[in-house]
Design a protein around this ligand. Structure first.
Ligand SMILES: [Zn+2]
Length: 65
């Protein structure tokens, strides 16, 4: 299956492949080589969000190469 998404190497946010810039941290370090997806709905109450330093809700990759 070919993914139509990319993940940001800086903040791990997953975004659409047609984007060239991360909408969150405004860097151009997007990669289509990522694994694991986690959806953060409530960052202040999520252990994963705290572990990954995520403060904005959204879909994130666990690992980005
Ligand atoms: Zn980013």
């Amino acid at each position: 299956m070919v993914s139509d998404e990319k993940a940001c190497k800086n903040c791990h946010l997953i975004t659409k492949k047609d984007k060239s810039m991360c909408p969150k941290c405004k860097t151009h370090t997007l990669s289509d080589d990522f694994s694991g997806e986690v959806i953060i709905l409530d960052p202040p109450n999520s252990k994963i969000a705290r572990y990954m330093n995520i403060y904005v809700k959204g879909k994130y990759a666990l690992r980005v190469r």
